[in-house]
Design a protein around this ligand. Structure first.
Ligand code: SDX
Length: 449
């Protein structure tokens, strides 16, 4: 087998370029400034507290680099997304999801023989332990599939004891491949359980995306023919969602992994975080929003609500913490959406008409222009997934399938980082100062709620 996971951390590292002077009334610190391959410089505050007694303060970590990484680079102002240096547009147009998985895990595009070996290894890990079927019986049929995914993926560590030693590169490689290979199988089982159909076993003769469509939509009573246009669209959707720097769910996986938790438990934590509507749950929320808008004539009312500070309504599928220009994935997702709708001959899909008009109005409205709120990947992925036949509740599950390789690649990079320590942020404390206990009989009566 080619490069090991260990090789992928090739110590590109960074270089010290200058020092920054930090001064306050009672302290002065010279802090090292580092520069990576590309992107913002960083000020090293690792020892700040020890030397000055000061913490830094950055709720939401908008100005904080939590790690060094060689996997994905995003330039939010320019709308750039690179995986190991390769633009997402080129990977989505010319590559496959399995090839992208290899690139994210090992750092280089594979030659034909390494790609074939890796593809073969993934295909031969797609089955799950037969006993796992029992877990599904415990859920109600109408359970949200993300609830099922959190539970069943976390339970994988109860079955695969031979790949839990995170200090063993070989076991990490086996666990990584098992995660990538088994997520589609578990996701398809969650879908089949929700619609009351029998589970469909994976087929090793099918590629990753085709196998997933087969496990979701084939039934024992008739042949199921893979539509190559839909399979290609599914594969491209997986590529677009594979990794995205230190987003909320990836940071969750890293923080869970920093305690030494096993990879299955870390990915289950990532799935839980991805579920939120501000993050991976946005594709489901975006489609529900289009249903809520219901008709093009209602769009101005919702645009007004999105601008109203007193109204919690937001345009789901718009805006991004990092992209303050277009989301490069959104443009590709839009093209994929149109290809699928053309193939399915549903060009007059009413939700698409609402989406296109909403996008046109939002992009010409000063509020959205000033706040740099552009359609993100989730805006069009929901419509595409619905056209592929998935219920809205499965949209974030598909996001989790794709993002598993990103979580696992970032988890491996963290484990292999010699500077790695358990993550332990501090705080700015605003609670009561020290005070002594007061016996109940001496306490002043408290205001009733
Ligand atoms: C993903 O991090 C990643 O990489 C995530 C992701 C990935 O691949 O992992 O890219 C996947 O999560 C994409 C984002 C999906 N989420 C949504 O589409 C939900 C809708 N978007 C918003 O919730 C919001 O834009 C966030 C959460 C995505 C980003 O939040 P920010 O950058 O913290 O922006 P903000 O909440 O501080 O908003 C800035 C301003 C605010 O107005 P002011 O307080 O400055 O007056 O823009 C407004 C917000 O009110 N605003 C919106 C809006 N998003 C932000 N107004 C209306 N509709 C919106 N969608």
């Amino acid at each position: 087998m080619g490069k090991t996971m260990q090789d992928s951390y090739n110590g590109q590292g960074f270089s010290k370029v200058e020092e920054a002077d930090l001064k306050a009334s009672d302290m002065s610190q010279a802090l090292s400034v580092y520069e990576g391959t590309v992107g913002p410089k960083v000020i090293d505050v690792t020892r700040l507290y020890g030397k000055s007694g000061y913490f830094t303060y950055d709720p939401g970590f908008a100005s904080t680099a939590s790690c060094e990484s060689a996997i994905t680079y995003i330039d939010g102002e320019k709308g750039v997304l690179l995986h190991r240096g390769y633009p997402i547009e080129q990977l989505a147009e010319h590559g496959s999801f399995i090839e992208t998985c290899y690139l994210l895990l090992y750092g280089e595009l594979p030659d034909k023989s390494h790609l074939a070996d890796f593809d073969n290894a993934i295909r031969r890990h797609t089955m799950v332990h037969e006993q796992m079927q029992v877990f599904f019986r415990g859920f109600r049929r109408d359970a949200h599939p993300m609830a099922v995914m959190v539970g069943v993926v976390g339970a994988l560590s109860a079955f695969y004891h031979d790949s839990l030693d995170i200090t063993d590169p070989h076991q990490r490689m086996i666990a990584s491949r098992r995660m990538i290979a088994k997520m589609p199988t578990i996701a398809a089982m969650a879908y089949k359980y929700s619609v009351g159909q029998p589970f469909v076993y994976p087929r090793n003769d099918l590629d990753y995306a085709s196998n997933f469509l087969h496990m979701c939509f084939s039934v024992p009573c008739e042949p199921y023919e893979i539509n190559p246009v839909l399979a290609r669209a599914m594969d491209r959707i997986f590529i677009l969602h594979a990794d995205h720097e230190q987003n909320a769910s990836t940071s969750t996986v890293r923080l869970a992994g920093s305690s030494g938790a096993n990879p299955f438990a870390c990915v289950a934590a990532g799935i839980a975080c991805l579920w939120g509507p501000a993050h991976g749950g946005a594709n489901e929320a975006a489609l529900n929003m289009l249903h809520q808008i219901g008709d093009v004539k209602n769009i101005p009312e919702y645009i007004a609500r999105a601008k109203d500070k007193d109204d919690p309504f937001r345009l789901m599928g718009f805006g991004h913490r990092v992209y303050k220009n277009h989301d490069p994935r959104g443009r590709i997702m839009r093209e994929t959406c149109h290809a699928v709708l053309d193939k399915m001959d549903i060009r007059d899909e009413p939700l698409l008409k609402i989406a296109l008009e909403l996008e046109r109005i939002a992009l010409s409205d000063n509020y959205f222009i000033e706040k740099k709120l552009y359609p993100n990947i989730d805006f069009y992925s929901g419509i595409t997934l619905r056209a592929l036949g998935f219920p809205t509740s499965m949209f974030t599950v598909l996001f989790a399938i794709a993002r598993t390789v990103g979580w696992i690649a970032q988890w491996n990079e963290m484990i292999e980082d010699p500077k790695q320590r358990i993550g332990r942020p501090r705080q700015l404390y605003i609670g009561p100062a020290k005070r002594d206990y007061v016996p109940a009989r001496k306490r002043r009566s408290m205001a009733r709620d």
